[in-house]
Design a protein around this ligand. Structure first.
Ligand SMILES: Nc1ncnc2c1ncn2[C@@H]1O[C@H](COP(=O)(O)OP(=O)(O)O)[C@@H](O)[C@H]1O
Ligand SMILES: O=P(O)(O)OC[C@H]1O[C@](O)(COP(=O)(O)O)[C@@H](O)[C@@H]1O
Length: 303
């Protein structure tokens, strides 16, 4: 089974405004609410690609009910730990520019965390676990590392999409791949990255630290894939960007789906970026027909 872990899910409240003035009354002309959080987005796109999976993590209160309900409607299996506090609601403001405010997340009690670890202890070497996104601030333990330690024992495959220290903390556990975006890569290496060669060198450093492969997503510039044998660059088509929230998560989902269905690295990577771009061009996450169309337009080069 494929499991996605979202420690800190969210309702993504997307508001489209014609203009936005800080400190003034602004009115949205359209709003949407989506079940979000990085692992949950991966689950949703995996399901769109007909790859069954189970979403786990912590949910609470009415936003938690909203998320479980949305996933059930999409036939996605869930196995969340229920907490007392409300799951966060993240605001995504689309006013020409994209502005995001993400909440800190609910209180997670030690017994909730223990219940979650028990679920991870039930995985086995046939399973893949994708851990993605931030950790609620009340969960002070090194949870990424602790989960990676459990998975090392059970033999399950690990895939990670998280910021700076969270991602760095698990490299030694040899994740199948990690997916920083360019900004995250710059934060990890504390320097500005301007060229593909610099991206490759940073990715290779992550390989040296233990990652088996690295996908660096570059927004509208596509993405670069690096492992010890292969270096690929994906060029994505131009189109109308509607909402890039979840693009990176969609990239992760496409890669997992590609590998899971036996595609070679190049085809899996092509599917990955096609999912990312199909999401960027849509109000919600990528839809199947759009992914198929964009796949025929993406160009993959060996670099
Ligand atoms: N403006 C865009 N035009 C086309 N594709 C995009 C655009 N922004 C994002 N994407 C697609 O989504 C992927 C992930 O986007 P990126 O912004 O790098 O990740 P994240 O959401 O993690 O910050 C990119 O590799 C690309 O395929
Ligand atoms: O856990 P974090 O880092 O606060 O991120 C959560 C947010 O990221 C998202 O998962 C989107 O992530 P990406 O745009 O990087 O794919 C949103 O659904 C959610 O609001």
């Amino acid at each position: 089974m494929i499991y996605t872990v979202t420690f800190n899910p969210s309702i993504d409240y997307v508001m489209f405004t014609n203009q936005f003035e800080v400190g003034e009354l602004n009115r949205a002309h359209e709003t949407n609410k989506f079940a979000g959080g990085k692992g949950i987005n991966v689950s949703r796109v995996l399901k769109t690609l007909n790859v069954n999976n189970t979403a786990t993590g912590f949910v609470g209160g009415f936003p938690g009910e909203f998320i479980k309900d949305a996933l059930a409607k999409s036939d996605i299996l869930t196995d969340f730990v229920e907490v007392q506090d409300d799951t966060r609601i993240n605001v995504k403001l689309k006013s020409g520019l994209e502005t995001e405010i993400n909440g800190p997340g609910p209180n997670i009690e030690p017994e909730h965390y223990e219940q979650f670890l028990t679920k991870m202890r039930r995985t086995n070497s046939e399973d893949t676990v994708i851990i993605a996104g931030s950790v609620p601030i009340t969960l002070e333990k090194p949870v990424y590392q602790e989960v990676a330690e459990v998975l090392k024992e059970t033999g399950a495959n690990l895939i990670v999409d998280a910021e700076k220290d969270l991602m760095k903390s698990i490299l030694a556990y040899k994740p199948k791949f990690v997916k920083p975006n360019k900004t995250e890569l710059e934060e990890i290496f504390d320097k500005q990255i301007d060229t593909d060669q610099e991206v490759i060198e940073c990715a290779q450093s992550l390989l040296k630290e233990g990652a088996q492969a690295v996908i660096v997503s570059l927004g509208g510039e596509g993405a670069i894939y690096v492992d010890n044998n292969t270096k690929l660059k994906a060029i994505v088509p131009n189109g109308q960007v509607v909402n890039t929230v979840g693009s990176g998560d969609s990239t992760v989902a496409g890669m997992v789906a590609g590998l899971e269905t036996g595609k070679d690295i190049e085809s899996a990577f092509k599917l990955a970026v096609s999912c990312g771009t199909a999401t960027a061009f849509n109000a919600d996450l990528a839809e199947y027909q759009d992914i198929e169309k964009i796949t025929s337009e993406v160009v993959i080069k060996h670099i």
